[in-house]
Design a protein around this ligand. Structure first.
Ligand code: PLP
Length: 376
């Protein structure tokens, strides 16, 4: 491939491979591939198609609008959307056969929309077993179940699922996961006692899918893992059998020699100790490179160099050393591909996580999808 000025190369076959790998691990549980947030930065529709090619049973988004975009692209797989506001278009979701996660007030709006449409809504009731975000509080759960049972008896909704979300599954030794699973068991029992018996019980995100078989239930909801990223701080993706699906690339925009003591970038937070060459990398925080990343790795001509000084809006600088063969126009891999550099390395350099690094890559970086497989 020619070197594009800047590109996020999206390897669709890696996403399909990662879905297959996780699906084998969690079988017989089903796999919902989370493609919210533009497929974690990989592109909503390409990520969805690749996940389906890899055998994903369901696709999940936060917003109904994201799920509607999938329908508009002709994707007819089961879809679940779970984060709503007063202004969410529940009617559009119902008409597009999108399952709706509901946590409380939204159930009433969903039922009202179903009544107006004369079409029952497919609902997954969400319980908060400890994360403290959405989901009904345990004390409100019996009331939500009761309302759901009434709406179901009126033919306004059908409860397809009951679900919850994990807070600390990326740290497998923490006892709060046990507590959340125990609470989920209680919530399922209360639902059953209230006459709500869903086909799909689901709780696990990627870390729980990979570390807690007792959290698999009928389906797992996996995001970061399908993009080939490890959810664990101490386990590289390759050790989990996962392949990174995004390679971020550009080319060297400038190389110049500077004397000892020369400063680098705004604030002059870094000065070189000895004469050296500075390489200019034409990606900055407008492209999603974190401004506070320090000493972050890049690969040029098979060698690792590190960022020096502050990342600016459009560019950052790497120290190439006193003697260098790096030239203007050389390819640079920021992370992914065969570079051996993981998005998690940039996360570590910037005080954040791989999830944020891949998701924040900006709209100014064109996505190029390679290795697309036909749907299964
Ligand atoms: C984003 C999300 C997931 C996927 O989480 P990963 O850690 O990326 O696997 C699962 N469930 C819900 C409710 C989510 O919001």
């Amino acid at each position: 491939m020619n070197s594009p000025e800047r590109a996020a190369i999206i390897d669709a076959s890696a996403i399909a491979h990662n879905v297959r790998t996780i699906a084998e691990f969690v079988r017989p549980a089903k796999v919902l591939a989370a493609v919210k947030a533009d497929g974690y930065g990989h592109g909503l529709v390409p990520a969805a198609r690749a996940a389906l090619a890899g055998g994903a049973d369901w696709l999940g988004t936060a917003h109904i609008t994201e799920a509607l975009q999938l329908r508009e692209a002709g994707i007819d797989a089961p879809l679940l959307a779970w984060l709503h506001t007063r202004d969410s278009d529940f009617a559009a979701g119902i008409e597009a056969h999108i399952d709706l996660g509901t946590s409380g007030w939204d159930l009433d709006q969903v039922a009202a929309a179903a009544e107006a449409l004369h079409e029952p809504a497919r609902v997954h009731l969400k319980v908060d077993t400890g994360l403290g975000r959405n989901g009904a509080a345990m004390t409100d759960w019996p009331g939500l179940v009761q309302r759901a049972a009434e709406f179901q008896n009126q033919g306004l909704i059908s409860v397809e699922g009951v679900f919850t979300h994990m807070a600390v599954a990326d740290e497998p030794d923490r006892k709060e996961t046990d507590e959340q699973l125990a609470a989920f068991g209680e919530a399922l029992a209360a639902a059953e006692a209230g006459g709500v018996v869903p086909d799909l019980r689901h709780a696990a995100n990627t870390p729980a899918a990979l570390s807690r078989p007792d959290a698999h239930f009928d389906m797992v909801r996996v995001g970061v893992g399908i993009y080939g990223q490890s959810p664990f701080a101490d386990r590289p993706a390759a050790s989990l059998g996962l392949r990174p699906a995004m390679e971020l690339r550009t080319t060297v925009a400038n190389v110049k020699r500077v004397p000892a003591g020369h400063g680098i970038s705004y604030g002059l937070t870094h000065r070189v100790e000895a004469p050296t060459h500075l390489g200019l990398i034409p990606l900055g925080y407008a492209d999603g490179i974190p401004r506070n990343a320090v000493g972050a790795p890049v690969l040029i001509r098979g060698r690792r160099y590190h960022s020096a000084g502050r990342v600016a809006m459009d560019q950052f600088v790497v120290d190439l050393g006193e003697h260098t063969d790096v030239q203007v126009g050389d390819e640079v891999t920021i992370f992914g591909g065969d570079s051996g550099i993981e998005a998690a390395d940039w996360g570590a350099a910037a005080g954040t996580i791989n999830y944020e690094i891949i998701t924040r890559i900006g709209a100014r970086v064109p996505r190029t999808v390679v290795n697309q497989e036909p749907a299964e």
